[in-house]
Structures are given as structure tokens and as C-alpha cells.
Design a protein around this ligand. Structure first.
Ligand code: GUN
Ligand code: FE
Length: 435
């Protein structure tokens, strides 16, 4: 149950944007020792020569880099088999590819199969926590929670609510969406490390009646999360506004129905107006930044620096299947390019903060995950600095730690993930797979 690991360690203690010098935002131990007791981090410090004798079971991972496990703040697990679907932007993409794929999750056995695949894929990519969309079918949420519980993962998920503007076979009703979500909350919320997110797909697929009942549910369970989409695509924005003409804008629809707040996570938020940025700040609502998806669907460029200026919390999301990779490293590589296209920079420290402590803060969980602070839950990713010949050459040429981290962020993928720990247990080990 208890264990000690020798490796290099990196974790964040503050947002790089909030401190005078970036070095104040993180701790790095080139040769460190991490002690885990009962699934929690008990100690993190420099390695000492007598530690080998003190910890006979010491796991020697010298030369590898350990960070808090990555946090994916937006993923649709049911869209896995339609990842990389050709040619469409958001609204046509939903009709052509997404809805037919999600229909299959009416079958629990099918949902179980994909849920197991996705949980393994997350762990293989170093992701230890995620905020997950199911489908309209309650059993899709049972399936992902069951698989996450089997690994003791900290996972948040919810049943999609949508009662219009999708094929009949995927619609619930205001009453059934409310009742099914409520039953899932009673069944799963705060069971072990699992938590529930109330999940209206996006404003265009919910009637005013459904959003009213969704707001009622939210008020009845203030400890749960809300997850949805906002301002992803220009046509989507015009459509949302036309459906709710009494609201001042797209984000205002969610405000109107009581769905904003510190535990409400909105994916994309690319094309916000000044008023909407202010409303995000004022309500302390959260954004999931999904750069891979935003480029893949041609949605637009998220202004991350604007969010940090307004102190709006942001997490990183793969948004699979509109995002084209499960890898937070690849997603950060895309984030860097999205900022470059806006004349902005994403340093390696900014990037790894986003994928760890930033994500935890976005989910109001920074007291539990996203950090290696003593007392936090021992969810870890173990990285190899170089997994390919190109990476090796680049690393050997790196100037300093930040440069090495940047090369890892740009060139890394699942091949760099050596192992993943959840609550102190090794749940993925690349070395064991190849033996
Ligand atoms: N907006 C509403 N539904 C979806 C979805 O499934 N994916 C993305 N990227 N945006 C959406
Ligand atoms: Fe999405």
C-alpha cells in the first residue's frame, strides 16, 4: 500500500500567470523522492543517499519525469470510434457523424466495451481524471462510471440532456431528462472518487422547459457540476440566439436558467463578446479549452491570454471525437499553435500548468489532485523525456529545463508515457506491456 519512488518531479504551486517570475510557480526535483501512504502523497523532497536503505521497496525511476496525472476537462467518450470524421464543421458534423454514433449507446454491452477502451486509453496517455460527456442514455453513464471505479479514478461524468433538434432516437423529454439525471446523481455522485455533472448538450438541443428543469435540478444538487458547450462556432451562436431571442446572448441563456457558476464548465467559449467575458468573470464560470477540436472543426482560435487577464479559470480538453488525440501532450502542442496564430505564446510551464493544476483548479479540485503537495491524492504520470530518435536528438540539444519541457510538450505523445498511477497504485506500465 505504501511506496516510495525515486525520479525527477515537477509540479505547480501557483499559476505562472499569477506570479512575478515563472520559477515561483513550480517546484522541480532533479533527483527526488516521493513517498505515498494510503493513496495520498506523504512526502516530496530531494533524494538522500540513505533512502535506499530506509525504503527497501524503493521504486527507482531515475531518469524519468513524474508529474501529477493529466486532467482532461472535456471529452465525449462515446465519440471514440468516430474520431477524425472527414469534412464537416460543427452542426453538420453532429448530424452526419455524431448522432448516429451516439445511438449505439442504447446498448449497455456496447457502452461497456467502449467505456473500457476509453479508460485504458486515458491511462495510457497519462490522464488520471476527466470530465466526461456520456450520451442521452443513462446506461452510458453507468458504463463509464463502472470502468472508472474499477481503477479508482477520480472521474466526473453525466448523461446528455437533449429534447429537440436531434434525431428522435436520441431525444429525452424535460421530465425524463430531469428524472434520469436525478437518479444518476443519487446513484453515483460522491461514490468513491466519482462525481456527477449535469449535462445539457448545448442550448440549441434543449427546449426552454428542459433548461428550466435542468436549472431546478442544479439548484437541488448544488454540489454537482454542470457541463455544456458555448460559443464554439459562428452558425451555432446565431442559431442559439435565434432560439432564445429573450436572452441577451448565448452565454446569457445558461445564466437565465441558473446554470452558470464556479462548478459550471463550458467547452470552447471561442467567440465571446465583452459582456460575455464579464459574465464569465462575474459568475466565476469555467472554460474548457479544446485546441485540437477547435482546429479540426474549423471553429476558431481561443484567446487564452484574455481568459487569464480576466482571471477566468481554464482547463485543457481533448474533446475527443472532435479532438483528434487522447494525448494531453499532443493537445498542448495544438494549444501552442493556436496561441501562435494569435501572436501569443504558451510556455512549457503555462502548458503543463494547464494540463495539471490548472485543470484541477478548473474543476474546483486543486485541494485533491493536479499537484504533488503533501496530502493530495497520488495520481501520477511517469514520463520518458525521449521516446523517439528525433526526441532524443532534440533533448540532447536542450539548453535547460524549460527547453526540455517545451520539447516534450511539442514532440511528446503516448509513447512518452512510461506509467500511470491512480491513488498510489500503478494502473498502467508500458514496460510490463512489452514484456
Ligand atoms: N456542441 C454540441 N455537441 C457537441 C459535441 O458533441 N462536440 C462538440 N465539439 N461540440 C458540440
Ligand atoms: Fe464537446
Amino acid at each position: 500500500q505504501n511506496c516510495a519512488i525515486r525520479a525527477s518531479f515537477l509540479h505547480f504551486i501557483a499559476n505562472p500567470a499569477d506570479v512575478a517570475t515563472p520559477a515561483d510557480s513550480y517546484q522541480y526535483f532533479a533527483d527526488g523522492l516521493l513517498v505515498i501512504e494510503n493513496g495520498l502523497i506523504a512526502e516530496l523532497r530531494d533524494y538522500r543517499a540513505d533512502d535506499a536503505a530506509k525504503y527497501p521497496q524503493l521504486q527507482d525511476r531515475s531518469g524519468q519525469l513524474i508529474m501529477p496525472g493529466f486532467i482532461d476537462t472535456h471529452i465525449h467518450y462515446a465519440q471514440t470510434e468516430m474520431i477524425a470524421a472527414y469534412g464537416e464543421q460543427l452542426l453538420e458534423w453532429l448530424d452526419t457523424y455524431t448522432f448516429p454514433t451516439e445511438q449505439q449507446f442504447a446498448d449497455k454491452h456496447y457502452a461497456d466495451k467502449i467505456a473500457q477502451f476509453v479508460i485504458n486509453e486515458l491511462l495510457k496517455n497519462g490522464t488520471t481524471s476527466a470530465l466526461v460527456f456520456g450520451t442521452v442514455h443513462p446506461q452510458s453513464v453507468d458504463a463509464i462510471f463502472e470502468q472508472a471505479a474499477a481503477k479508482n479514478m477520480r472521474l466526473i461524468a453525466g448523461k446528455v440532456m437533449m429534447d429537440r433538434h436531434a434525431p428522435d432516437y436520441l431525444l429525452d423529454t424535460p421530465e425524463s431528462g430531469y428524472a434520469e439525471s436525478k437518479a444518476l446523481i443519487e446513484k453515483w455522485h460522491n461514490r468513491g472518487r466519482l462525481q456527477y455533472a449535469i449535462t445539457p448538450r448545448f442550448a440549441p438541443t434543449s427546449s426552454a422547459e428542459q433548461l428550466t428543469l435542468t436549472g431546478k435540478l442544479r439548484a437541488e444538487y448544488p454540489d454537482t457540476y454542470v457541463q455544456t458547450h458555448v460559443s464554439e462556432n459562428k452558425n451555432e451562436i446565431e442559431w442559439a440566439k435565434s432560439l432564445f431571442p429573450e436572452c441577451r446572448g448565448y452565454f446569457d441563456i445558461y445564466q437565465h436558467y441558473g446554470l452558470t457558476g464556479p462548478k459550471s464548465i463550458f467547452s470552447h467559449a471561442i467567440h465571446l463578446t465583452e459582456d460575455e467575458w464579464q459574465a464569465f468573470s462575474a459568475t466565476d464560470s469555467v472554460i474548457a479549452f479544446c485546441p485540437s477540436s477547435n482546429m479540426f472543426l474549423g471553429s476558431g482560435l481561443f484567446p487564452l491570454k484574455r481568459a487569464s487577464r480576466d482571471k477566468v479559470r481554464v482547463g485543457l480538453g481533448t474533446d475527443v471525437g472532435a479532438g483528434t488525440s487522447f494525448s494531453p501532450l499532443q493537445t498542448l502542442c495544438d494549444a501552442y499553435k493556436v496561441l501562435q496564430l494569435q501572436g501569443q505564446k504558451l510556455s512549457a510551464l503555462d502548458g503543463f500548468y494547464l494540463a495539471t493544476l490548472g485543470g484541477a483548479s478548473a474543476l474546483s479540485l486543486s485541494d485533491k489532485i493536479g499537484t504533488l503537495a503533501v496530502g493530495s491524492e497520488a495520481d501520477l504520470v511517469v514520463l520518458n523525456w525521449a521516446a523517439t530518435e528525433v526526441q532524443q536528438l532534440r533533448m540532447s540539444n536542450a539548453k535547460n529545463l524549460e527547453d526540455k519541457l517545451f520539447a516534450l510538450m511539442m514532440l511528446g505523445d503516448d509513447r512518452n508515457i512510461a506509467a500511470t498511477y491512480v491513488a498510489g497504485h500503478c494502473v498502467y506500465d508500458a514496460a510490463n506491456l512489452s514484456k
